[in-house]
Ligand binder design. Structure first.
Ligand code: CP
Length: 295
């Protein structure tokens, strides 16, 4: 299987191979290693992105691929063309693989059935964001060496988070202990049997504290009173961060609502790995593209 639609169906050894291959690409001293020369890949983002979109493009160009960037707002999607027809159009033109970010849940497997090129999930609704979780695992592995027994607290807007889901599925395969902390209005009932919800105090006793963005654009109705109120109860404030063990690392997939879910000073602190996560996104996506497009 060359597509990467999610981490839930992947085995531990498949994930390990991708992490190992990312380590290889990170250690590669040459910026461009054109193993995908003459191969065409389209980055099809039907939702906005900075990190995922540009790190895929970096990864693809580092591997020498020909890159087509598709922006939904400037395309015939704005005239009402469907996502399915858009992907099929690019396939008909001859792309060899597609990276896709989209909102409607359940559409990605349907598209993958309908086309014969490999598809890489760059985030589908609140379902999965596999390359984000891969770069998160990679970041944790670099820090701790082994994921087994690692306590990972995922704090914040779990209900709307594809990052939380992909991390949960992947971390549990490696024997990590995942726990959630979220306001009642931002909990995901369908995940209740998969990991416990703990208090903020308990969540801070962990090896990894992963803060999630409050995803205002996905909220229907008022899920919290105000950013100030959210920060008081669920924010990783400077005060709370000062109670973390010295070895604990702080992660956030970004973009960040600074001084809402995490204080400015905490983002910039010595325990923060947030910008390392962004750097790690490039070798991870090189590994994923290599797997998808290898001849
Ligand atoms: N972490 C992440 O997916 O960021 P973007 O939305 O900017 O791609």
């Amino acid at each position: 299987e060359r597509s990467l639609l999610g981490l839930k169906p992947l085995s531990r050894s498949e994930i390990s191979s991708l992490l190992d291959r990312a380590a290889y690409w990170e250690s590669e001293p040459h910026k461009v290693i054109p193993i995908l020369e003459s191969r065409f890949v389209a980055n099809m983002f039907f939702e906005n992105s900075t990190r995922t979109r540009f790190s895929f493009e970096m990864a693809e160009k580092r591997l020498g691929a020909q890159v087509l960037n598709f922006a939904a707002a400037a395309s015939s999607v704005a005239k009402g063309e469907s996502i399915m027809d858009t992907v099929r159009t690019l396939e008909a033109m001859g792309i060899d693989a597609g990276v896709i970010r989209l909102k409607p849940i359940g559409l990605l497997p349907e598209i993958a059935e309908a086309v014969s090129i490999p598809l890489i999930n760059a985030g589908d609704g609140n379902n999965e964001h596999p390359t984000q979780a891969l770069l998160d695992l990679y970041t944790m592995k670099k820090q701790f060496g082994d994921l087994k027994g690692l306590r990972v607290s995922i704090i914040g807007d779990v209900a709307h988070s594809r990052v939380a889901r992909s991390n949960l599925w992947a971390l549990q395969k490696f024997g990590a202990e995942v726990q959630f902390c979220a306001p009642p209005s931002m909990r995901a009932p369908e995940l209740a049997d998969s990991a416990p919800y703990v208090s903020m105090e308990e969540a801070l006793v962990a090896d990894v504290v992963m803060i999630l963005r409050v995803q205002l654009e996905r909220h229907t109705g008022d899920l919290f009173k105000s950013p100030e109120e959210y920060r008081i109860h669920y924010g990783l404030t400077e005060d709370r961060a000062s109670t973390l063990a010295k070895h604990t690392i702080i992660m956030h997939p970004a973009p960040i609502n600074r001084n809402v879910e995490i204080d400015d000073a905490v983002v910039e602190s010595g325990q923060s790995r947030i910008f390392n996560q962004m750097s790690n996104g490039v070798p991870i996506r090189m590994a994923v593209m290599e797997r998808a497009m290898k001849l």
